[in-house]
Ligand binder design. Structure first.
Ligand code: HC0
Ligand code: SF4
Length: 570
């Protein structure tokens, strides 16, 4: 143990404790800005400087450990003035257009400037006034970047995508793509984790809300919207609503006020994905001797982008099933258009996703199987939808719940859990068991794949066949698993991959709570929904059964193949 004095308080802490943590243990708060525990501990912003007796220089509290006998002052004149000067310097390199910034009200720089009572920026302004392409789903605004390095570290350490680096020197120093000229060429997975870990508005998604409003204003268009599983765990956060209040039915009421004609559920097409992907897996198992295993889930477009760019040798092992977002779009512009008796070209299909990669996925070649333009016209993030709702002065907390529309508004509990890591695997195993044995398993039989661990494994017995499965979340974990497979260190039959830590609940398009990983708090909402439902198996969803009976025929039929499956050449 080490004895230190902080602001006159004598405390004892473990060796190697940082000054920041020691102060915290003593109930003393030192402000931080760039710090991200375990990921970015480099003292880049120098907001956490403190004075240590006997030293001329100031110490950054986030990455300097305490030493025996240290006497630390967190608010001495020298520390206080240096801290304020550092924040003012950062502000001078930041385009302070706060009222029109996408992070206004949820910005760490704004917060710290306010906390430190800074209301002027005396230094000369100096920033790079440039943005990356407005057409790409991820946009960097160089005029807002404060060089905190969080995006660099998250992309490198957690996602293993290594997109960003520090470029240039001196006053021109900034963060930009490494090794290539354009972000579009940087093998970015579009996971959006750099956005949710950015303390300011330097990184954000392309805003597509105007496209949706234009469609709503067009009297010729029938505008329908699908709500992804993970949205129901998070959309209310931006309105200060608790998980129990922010129900999907309340969101439906708000979306009808926005002007959507029909509000549907991606859980429906998550069930459809299970029917197709589960059947594909059972087929592959029948030809175990000449099929390549493991089969990988294909519903996460961030993962698809990653495997295509980093591990192309595994692309052939992806399930050919499209994601629920895309299956929904294809069914909406075919079966549902037929049901409505309208030409599919009149349908404008919108999705609400916790994800940026979904914006790229809906524009991929082949995602137009219904023959009326893109099957999904626009994918909005959770954040865009809350901005859209807010801009129309709708107060969702005051609305009554409204049921979703039929028949694409019915999803099973298995569909709901897609939004949490392990959920797709669990849902698939529930139905694979039925497809192989003709009997339902106990609904919670496969629950050992739940939980936030980055790399989980389990073995299940289905009709005498031992199936070894793995579930990974976060691209860094996917990278490790693929490397282990490549070396022959591990062997699996079926692997679920979700690009974002914790799965879609922790998606890069979800509301931002600085330095709080929200997935562990959000995932239980989905398991509660599943537990509370009578319908817990995708293969029992009455709308899915009707869709096959009236339209698709059977899983893996020619029509199903045309509309619901893809190749990965685009
Ligand atoms: Fe997901 Fe999905 S579960 S990727 O995370 O599979 O975004 O929520 O919508 O498509 O269903 C995201 C969430 C989805 C899809 C589903 C899958
Ligand atoms: Fe890296 Fe993901 Fe950001 Fe792309 S979106 S730069 S992969 S963290």
């Amino acid at each position: 143990m080490v004895n230190v004095v902080i602001d006159g308080k004598h405390i004892q802490v473990q060796e190697r404790t940082t000054i920041l943590d020691a102060a915290k243990a003593a109930g003393i708060r030192i402000p931080t800005l760039c710090f991200l525990a375990g990921v970015n501990e480099i003292g880049a912003c120098r907001v956490c400087v403190v004075e240590v007796e006997g030293y001329e220089r100031l110490f950054t509290a986030c990455n300097n450990p305490v030493e025996e006998g240290m006497v630390i002052r967190t608010n001495s004149k020298k520390a206080r003035e240096a801290r304020r000067a550092n924040v003012r310097m950062i502000l001078s390199e930041h385009d302070n257009h706060c009222p029109t910034c996408v992070r206004s009200g949820n910005c760490e720089l704004q917060r710290i400037a306010n906390e430190l009572n800074i209301h002027d920026t005396p230094f000369e302004k100096h920033y790079v006034n440039r943005r990356t392409s407005p057409d790409f789903p991820l946009i960097r605004d160089f005029s807002l970047c404060i060089k905190c390095m969080r995006c660099v570290q998250v992309c490198d350490k957690i996602q293993h995508a290594n997109v960003w680096d520090v470029v240039n020197t001196g006053a021109k120093t900034t963060v930009d793509v490494a090794r290539v000229y354009r972000l579009e060429d940087a093998d970015c997975a579009l996971c959006g984790q750099c956005i949710t870990h950015c303390p300011v508005g330097a990184l954000h998604e392309r805003d597509d809300t105007q496209k949706v409003l234009d469609a709503i204003d067009d009297p010729e268009k029938i505008v329908l919207v699908q709500i992804a599983p993970a949205i129901r765990t998070a959309w209310g956060e931006e309105f200060g609503m608790k998980p129990g209040e922010a129900t999907v039915t309340r969101l439906a009421a708000a979306l009808r006020l926005v002007g959507f004609d029909y509000v549907f559920d991606t859980n429906f097409s998550a069930d459809l994905t299970i029917m197709e992907e589960g059947s594909e897996f059972v087929e592959r198992l029948k030809h175990r001797d000449h099929e390549k295993f493991p089969m990988f889930t294909s519903c996460c477009p961030g993962w698809i982008r990653f495997v295509k760019s980093h591990w192309p040798q595994f692309v052939g092992q992806l399930s050919s099933a499209k994601s629920p977002q895309q299956m929904f779009g294809a069914v909406a512009k075919s079966w549902y258009a037929q049901t409505l008796g309208v030409d599919p070209s009149r349908i404008f299909s919108v999705s609400i996703m916790p994800c940026l990669a979904k914006k790229a996925e809906c524009a991929l070649p082949g995602m137009d199987g219904a023959g009326a333009g893109q099957d999904v016209d626009v994918a909005l993030t959770t954040r865009e939808v809350s901005r859209l709702i807010r801009s129309l002065q709708i107060q969702p907390q005051d609305l009554e719940d409204e049921e979703l529309d039929m028949p694409l508004g019915v999803g099973s509990g298995a569909g709901a859990i897609f939004g949490a890591t392990g959920g797709v695997m669990e849902a698939a195993l529930r139905s694979a068991f039925f497809l192989v044995t003709g009997k339902n398993p106990e609904p919670d039989a496969f629950k050992s794949v739940r939980g936030m661990d980055g790399w989980k494994e389990a073995t299940f017995d289905i009709a005498g066949t031992a199936l070894k499965v793995a579930v990974v979340n976060g691209l860094g974990n996917a990278d490790k698993l693929l490397a282990a497979l490549d070396r022959g260190d591990v062997r699996y039959d079926f692997v679920e991959v979700m690009a974002c830590p914790g799965g879609c609940v922790g998606g890069g398009g979800q509301p931002i709570h600085d330095r709080v990983e929200m997935a562990p708090q959000r995932a239980p909402t989905l398991y509660d929904i599943d537990r509370g439902m009578e319908l817990r198996f995708s293969h029992e969803n009455p709308s899915i059964l009707a869709c096959y009976k009236q339209f698709l025929g059977a899983p893996l039929s020619e029509k199903a193949h045309h509309l619901l499956h893809t190749t990965y050449h685009g």
